[in-house]
Design a protein around this ligand. Structure first.
Ligand code: S3P
Length: 465
């Protein structure tokens, strides 16, 4: 090493190591006062996947504005290109164009399809790959390779597809599809919009009527968008209290123009950051407020949060609003199990709100959290422990005891390749007594590119550590 006046010259190798460290994905969030301002949440992840998928299954051109340009959605775009869809983006204008291959028209991919971290891509695309007469091999990152695929394999096998892979139905999987699928009526054993969508998408290239019965209503973006593209979708009440959703096979889907609203799951981070910092005044614009997605805002209101849906309107078949939130004191509540499908991705950040509230928050019906990008119950519990938050974790529930005072903070949180764990604990750091660090901020790119900059624009202090 050569020392000059105040300057250190390093041999190239050491320089490379240091620059890697400088780009270390560790992030820290420091305690701040109130948050203020307006922001737009990135495009809804669920709707973005579906816009590209249905655009690929349609004839003619689909245009998509407001698409989420996160890694998960880009993985879906790459997979659809491999099947023959022409997908181009003009990022300067925020406009994506899809030229589809039509229902039944895709081609065999020439290489392995790697879906990275994206469970939605894996489940939804399985429905398409299974219903086309070719073989594809699908894999993903370490997180996705651990996640259950049996839930889509089982119904798609009943329809006629074959799957070869590891024991327990995990990726990597070879999917041997057929365009001679048989229509089924399938009762979902778990409430899952991904499984429902996989079957409905397979039902498109299947003669006759395919029906999914869901025990409780899950997000209905697939149904709404199928109708938007010209497909017949019937929804009826089921005797058991759920819903029967039927698609009619071989529709002619026609390219459409789509505007993707902001993602309520991403908006929730800013909304909760503002809600737990007294004196805050934040508006998140253009957020999808589909009734099957807003359980988190209902729960926050139950806790005493001041959240108003302003300027409610309809955009592209989805209800949209500007969320206006003011910070103040929160109190613990019980969150019933039947609310979980409408806020399934928001429990990690709700746990953060609960840690800042006064009293006990009891969250029930959380078994599905164990099958997300990480075992979210375990990851949340570990993150709360390292930041001094008193809580108990059960097989399918989480109980958080808040004192109404800022939690201790000061912990290093293991994000476990899980974007929502990363963002949730950064939000905790804004309201804790000591900064909170996360070991890896890279997964945030899957769903919320620009998260730190947008939050810092409201007054947060999220920085590379
Ligand atoms: C999604 C459905 C949910 C959710 C996921 C996105 C979708 O998963 O957790 O982030 O786009 O359909 P499950 O359907 O497995 O509950």
């Amino acid at each position: 090493m050569v020392r000059g006046r105040g300057v250190v010259f390093l041999p190239p190798f050491q320089e490379a190591v240091l620059s890697l460290r400088a780009h270390s994905a560790k992030l820290v969030a420091r305690p701040v006062g109130r948050l203020q301002g307006r922001m737009r949440a990135p495009g809804d992840k669920s709707i973005s996947h579906r816009a590209l998928i249905l655009g690929a299954l349609a004839l003619g051109e689909t245009t998509v504005r407001g698409l989420l340009e996160g890694k998960d959605v880009l993985a879906t775009a790459a997979a659809l290109r491999a099947l023959g869809a022409e997908i181009t983006d003009d990022r300067d204008r925020g406009l994506w164009r899809v030229r589809g291959f039509g229902v039944g028209g895709g081609r065999e991919p020439s290489d392995v399809i790697d879906l990275g971290n994206s469970g939605t891509s894996a489940r939804l695309l399985a429905g398409i790959l299974a219903s086309h007469s070719f073989t594809s091999i699908v894999t993903g990152d370490a997180s996705l390779r651990r996640r259950p695929m049996q839930r889509v394999i089982e119904p798609l096998m009943r329809m006629g597809a074959r799957f070869e892979g590891r024991e327990g139905g995990r990726l990597p999987l070879a999917i041997v599809g057929t365009d001679e699928m048989v229509p089924i009526e399938y009762r979902l054993p778990v409430a899952s919009a991904q499984v429902k969508s996989a079957i409905l998408l397979a039902g498109l290239n299947t003669a006759g009527e395919t029906t999914v019965v869901e025990p409780v209503a899950t997000r209905d973006h697939t149904e709404r968008m199928l109708r938007h593209f010209g497909s017949e979708v019937r929804v009826a009440a089921d005797d058991g209290g759920g819903r029967r959703i039927t698609v009619v096979g071989w529709p002619e889907l026609l390219g459409r123009d789509i505007v993707v609203p902001g993602d309520p799951s991403s908006a929730a981070f800013a909304v909760i950051a503002a809600a737990i910092r007294p004196g805050s005044d934040v508006t998140v614009e253009d957020v999808c407020v589909n009734p099957l997605r807003v359980g988190i805002f209902r729960t926050l209101r139950d806790m005493g949060a001041d959240i108003v849906f302003e300027n409610v309107r309809e955009v592209g078949g989805e209800p949209v609003a500007d969320l206006h939130v003011k910070g103040g004191a929160l109190t613990g509540v019980e969150v019933p199990a039947d609310r979980s499908p409408s806020m399934i991705d928001e429990y990690p950040v709700l746990a953060v709100a609960a840690a800042c509230a006064k009293g006990t928050t009891r969250m029930l019906g959380l078994a599905e959290l164990r099958a997300k990008e990480s075992d979210r119950l375990a990851s949340v519990s570990a993150g709360l422990s390292t930041n001094g938050v008193e809580h108990e974790m059960g097989a399918a529930e989480l109980v958080v005891h808040g004192t109404g005072a800022p939690p201790a903070g000061g912990g290093l949180v293991a994000t476990q390749l899980d974007h929502r764990i990363a963002m949730s604990f950064l939000v905790l750091g804004l309201a804790a007594r000591q900064p909170v660090m996360i070991d890896d901020g890279a997964p945030i790119e899957t769903s919320f590119p620009g998260f730190a900059q947008l939050m810092n624009g409201l007054g947060a202090r999220i920085e590379a550590a």
